[in-house]
Design a protein around this ligand. Structure first.
Ligand SMILES: Nc1ncnc2c1ncn2[C@@H]1O[C@H](COP(=O)(O)OP(=O)(O)OP(=O)(O)O)[C@@H](O)[C@H]1O
Length: 290
C-alpha cells in the first residue's frame, strides 16, 4: 500500500490542476490519498504510516510538505516519494524525480528506493539545505507573501538585497573556531536550494557529510556574476565563497538567529545552533542518487 499526502495549500497549483492531480492519484491501484488539514499534519500522517507498515508515503506539495513527511519517516523502513508541485522543489530535483505530474506518480509507485542522509539544525530535521543570513531573511519575507512561485521569490530577493546587511558569526568544527562576516551561511545536504540554484554543486546526499558554504560580503557590482555562478554550478570558484566539509558544526551569533530549513523560515530564541547529520537514515524513492 502507498499513501499520498497532498497539501491543498501548496502555493503554485490552481484548484483545477489540483483536482487533476487528485483524480490521477485516485486512479492508481493500492494507493490512498490523504489531504492535510493543518501545518504539521503531514508529519502525523507519515508517523501513522510507519506504525502501520506502509511501504511508501508520497508527499504531494512543495519543500515544506516534503520536509514534514520526511521528518515523520526518518529512521523507519517506509520510503519517501515526492510529487513536486512547489516553487523550488529542491529535494525532488536533487533526486532526479520527474517534475511532470503523471510521470512523477508512476515514478513514486515503481522506482526503487535508496538511503539518504538526514541533517539536523538543533532538533529540526532538514534534507536539502538550511542556513542563516540572507537566505533565511528572504525565506521569511517570502512566507509573508500572498503569491508563491519563482517570480515572487525573485522579486523578494531583489527587494531584500537592497536593505540586507552581512552579520558576524563564529563557526566551530573539528575543534577550531572561525570568526566570519557573512552575507549568508548554508549547510548543504543536497546540491541546491531549489529551482536549480546550485549553492553546493559537489554535495552528495548520502556521503555522511554536511557542506558548509559561506558567502562573504561582496560589492554590489559582483552580485550578477554570483547569481550566474549559482545557476551554472561554479559558485565554489568565486573569491567570495568559503567552503568546508564536516559532520558537525556549531554556529554562534550576537543575536537570536533567524534560520531557514528546506526554505521554511523560523525565528529561534537562541544565538547558537548545532548542525549535525544522521547518515543514510531516510529511505527515498529516487533516480540515480548523487
Ligand atoms: N492544510 C494546510 N493548511 C495550512 N497549512 C498547511 C496545510 N498543509 C500543510 N501546510 C503547511 O504549508 C507549508 C508550505 O507547504 P509547501 O512547502 O508544500 O508549499 P509552498 O510553500 O507553496 O511550496 P514552496 O515551499 O515550494 O513555495 C508547509 O510547511 C505546511 O506546514
Amino acid at each position: 500500500m502507498i499513501w499520498f499526502v497532498l497539501n491543498p495549500k501548496s502555493g503554485t497549483t490552481t484548484p483545477a490542476k489540483r483536482n487533476k492531480i487528485i483524480q490521477a492519484i485516485n486512479k492508481q491501484a493500492n494507493c490512498r490519498l490523504i489531504l492535510t488539514e493543518y501545518a504539521g499534519h503531514a508529519t502525523e500522517i507519515a508517523q501513522q504510516a510507519v506504525q502501520q507498515g506502509i511501504s511508501r508515503v508520497v508527499a504531494v506539495g512543495g519543500d515544506g510538505t516534503v520536509n514534514e513527511v520526511a521528518r515523520g519517516l526518518v529512521g523507519s523502513d517506509t520510503a519517501l516519494g515526492i510529487i513536486p508541485i512547489g516553487s523550488g522543489n529542491g529535494l525532488a530535483r536533487h533526486l532526479n524525480i520527474p517534475l511532470k505530474i503523471d510521470k512523477a506518480i508512476q515514478f513514486a509507485i515503481q522506482q526503487p528506493t535508496a538511503q539518504i542522509d538526514a541533517c539536523y539544525l538543533n532538533e529540526i530535521p532538514f534534507f536539502c539545505t538550511a542556513g542563516v543570513g540572507f537566505d533565511a531573511f528572504v525565506a521569511n519575507e517570502f512566507a509573508q507573501q500572498e503569491s508563491r512561485g519563482l517570480k515572487t521569490y525573485a522579486k523578494m530577493s531583489l527587494k531584500s538585497f537592497r536593505t540586507y546587511k552581512p552579520e558576524a558569526y563564529v563557526i566551530s568544527h573539528q575543534g577550531k573556531d572561525y570568526a566570519k562576516m557573512a552575507f549568508s551561511i548554508t549547510f548543504a545536504n543536497a546540491t541546491q536550494y531549489g529551482n536549480n540554484a546550485l549553492i553546493s554543486p559537489k554535495s552528495k546526499i548520502d556521503d555522511g557529510l554536511i557542506d558548509l558554504v559561506v558567502l562573504k560580503p561582496f560589492p554590489f557590482g559582483a552580485a550578477p556574476i554570483i547569481g550566474v555562478r549559482l545557476f551554472r554550478g561554479t559558485l565554489p570558484n568565486s573569491r567570495y565563497i568559503d567552503m568546508e566539509v564536516s559532520e558537525d558544526y556549531v554556529l554562534k551569533s550576537e543575536k537570536p538567529l533567524l534560520i531557514h530549513f528546506d526554505g521554511e523560515p523560523l525565528q529561534l530564541d537562541t544565538n547558537e545552533i548545532r548542525v549535525y547529520i544522521k547518515p543514510k537514515s531516510l529511505k527515498v524513492v529516487a533516480g540515480v542518487v548523487e
